[in-house]
Structure formats: structure tokens, C-alpha cells
Design a binder for this molecule. Structure first.
Ligand code: ADP
Ligand code: MG
Length: 240
């Protein structure tokens, strides 16, 4: 579902992705761990071309992502992304936040988009809040809206970049629960997170990044109980 080949990315002199090669099969839940600054967000952002790459190729569901144009908008729609900061449209209602993409990009009519939007809001447990503005919701509720909004595009892949890092502790689980059910339904997911319980429970695979490289690639149990590299051992000793 996601294929990265020989991907290189610099920010000026900083080599932030160093020859990344990665194959993610459909339905896999891949957890990305690593210290701050190791390139986790950049990895996510290159997959839907929020960041251009210097060289290499990235394909989603067999289609190599082009750099620009209409085709890019379509392909980007296949890759849903949820950020640490919810990035909702502040002046639009919750329901409008969810229906805007399907109407504009997927060319769905309004009634159809609203039907889809309501079913997704129900699924994330927020249907009763549909007419409110984002600021009237808690952080956990806003993040669930952001997930519903991404799902409304019927993406083939969902990328999550620290989706619970900005939330008060009591709201973390309501977001992780939605992500867990999505994983169980077979969504292909790449999740940058510091939630180790979730990583162990929901992850099929852990990628550990350091200094722009994928240093370890292992099933969660193996990674957490028997990390191979000194960097991973050091990382785990600080967070567990
Ligand atoms: P992580 O998500 O693992 O914390 P990032 O992918 O955000 O790491 O960043 C990797 C490195 O690239 C860091 O050193 C960061 O400062 C740098 N970086 C990220 N985005 C930019 C940017 N837009 N311009 C310059 N440097 C950046
Ligand atoms: Mg990051």
C-alpha cells in the first residue's frame, strides 16, 4: 500500500531522511517511534507530499506520487492525515468540517456528503455536536472530528502524527479507542506516537527512527522486549 524507495530528504544542510526504503502492506498498523528530531514527522509528510523529497520514489497503492497538479490532489485525498494540532476549520461547523473535503475534492453532492459525515460523526461518538464550532469542543472531541474528516475522503491509508500529544491525559483514550477500532477494521495506518500501550496493543510493526534512518523494524513485542540497537535501548530506558 505504501512503497518508499531510496528516499532522500534534506532541509538545507540537514539530511533528515537518509535513504529510506519501506514497504507497508495493506491493512498493516505501523508504529513509528524515535527521539524528537529523528525525522518521524517528515517521513509522514513526504508520504502525502506535504514535503517534497530530493530523490527516490513514493508510491501509494501502486501509484507513484507526482510532485504537483490535479493528480496530486487526488492522490493526497487517498492519504488521510491527522496531526497533533487538530487543524480544524475554526469558522466552520463540525459537520461542515467533515463534509467540505468530499464535496470539494470527491465531488459529492451536499446531501450525500452530509449523510456520510453524520455516519462518521456517529462512529467517532460526536454526532450530537454537529452544529457546534471546533472551539466549543474538548481537545479529544476535536481530534475525533479530525479523524472523521480524514475518513470522509475514503482514504486508502491513514497517517497519524502524534495525535494524542496535545491532549489532556483523560482524553487520550477516547482518541486511541477510535484508532484501535479503525485498525481492527483493517485500515492501513502509520502512527507516530509515544503511547506505548497502544503501540503494543494495536501495532503490527514498530519502526524505530534515529537521525533520519530506520534503525529497527520489528514486531512490537520483539522491539519492546529485545531491542537490538544501543539507540533503541537508550530510547526505551527513558520512556518505559
Ligand atoms: P520528529 O518528528 O521525529 O521530531 P521532524 O521530522 O519534525 O522530527 O524533524 C526532523 C529534523 O528536521 C529536525 O532536526 C527538525 O528540526 C528538522 N526540520 C523539520 N522540519 C523542518 C523545516 N520545515 N525546515 C527546516 N528543518 C526542519
Ligand atoms: Mg514530529
Amino acid at each position: 500500500m505504501i512503497e518508499m524507495r531510496d528516499v532522500q530528504k534534506h532541509f538545507g544542510a540537514l539530511h533528515v531522511l537518509k535513504d529510506i526504503n519501506l514497504s507497508i502492506p495493506a491493512g498493516q498498523v505501523t508504529i513509528v517511534l524515535g527521539p524528537s528530531g529523528s525525522g518521524k514527522s517528515t517521513l509522514c509528510r513526504t508520504i502525502n507530499r506535504l514535503e517534497p523529497i530530493d530523490s527516490g520514489t513514493i508510491a501509494v497503492d501502486g501509484t507513484v506520487l507526482p510532485a504537483e497538479g490535479k493528480e496530486l490532489a487526488q492522490l493526497r485525498a487517498d492519504v488521510g492525515m491527522v496531526f497533533q494540532s487538530f487543524n480544524l476549520f475554526a469558522h466552520k461547523s463540525i459537520l461542515d468540517n467533515v463534509t467540505l473535503g468530499p464535496i470539494k475534492v470527491r465531488r459529492m453532492n451536499k446531501a450525500e456528503a452530509e449523510k456520510l459525515g453524520m455516519s462518521l460523526l456517529e462512529r467517532v461518538g460526536i454526532a450530537s455536536q454537529k452544529d457546534k464550532l471546533p472551539a466549543q469542543l474538548s481537545g479529544g472531541q476535536q481530534q475525533r472530528v479530525a479523524i472523521a474528516r480524514a475518513l470522509a475522503m475514503r482514504p486508502k491509508v491513514m497517517l497519524f502524527d502524534e495525535p494524542t500529544s496535545a491532549l489532556d491525559p483523560e482524553m487520550v483514550n477516547e482518541v486511541l479507542d477510535v484508532m484501535t477500532s479503525l485498525a481492527r477494521e483493517g485500515m492501513t495506518m502509520l502512527v507516530v506516537t509515544h503511547e506505548m500501550g497502544f503501540a503494543r496493543r494495536a501495532g503490527d510493526r514498530v519502526l524505530f527512527m534515529a537521525d533520519g534512518e530506520i534503525v529497527e523494524d520489528a514486531p512490537p513485542e520483539q522491539f519492546f522486549t529485545d531491542p537490538k540497537s544501543a539507540r533503541a535501548k537508550d530510547f526505551l530506558s527513558k520512556i518505559l
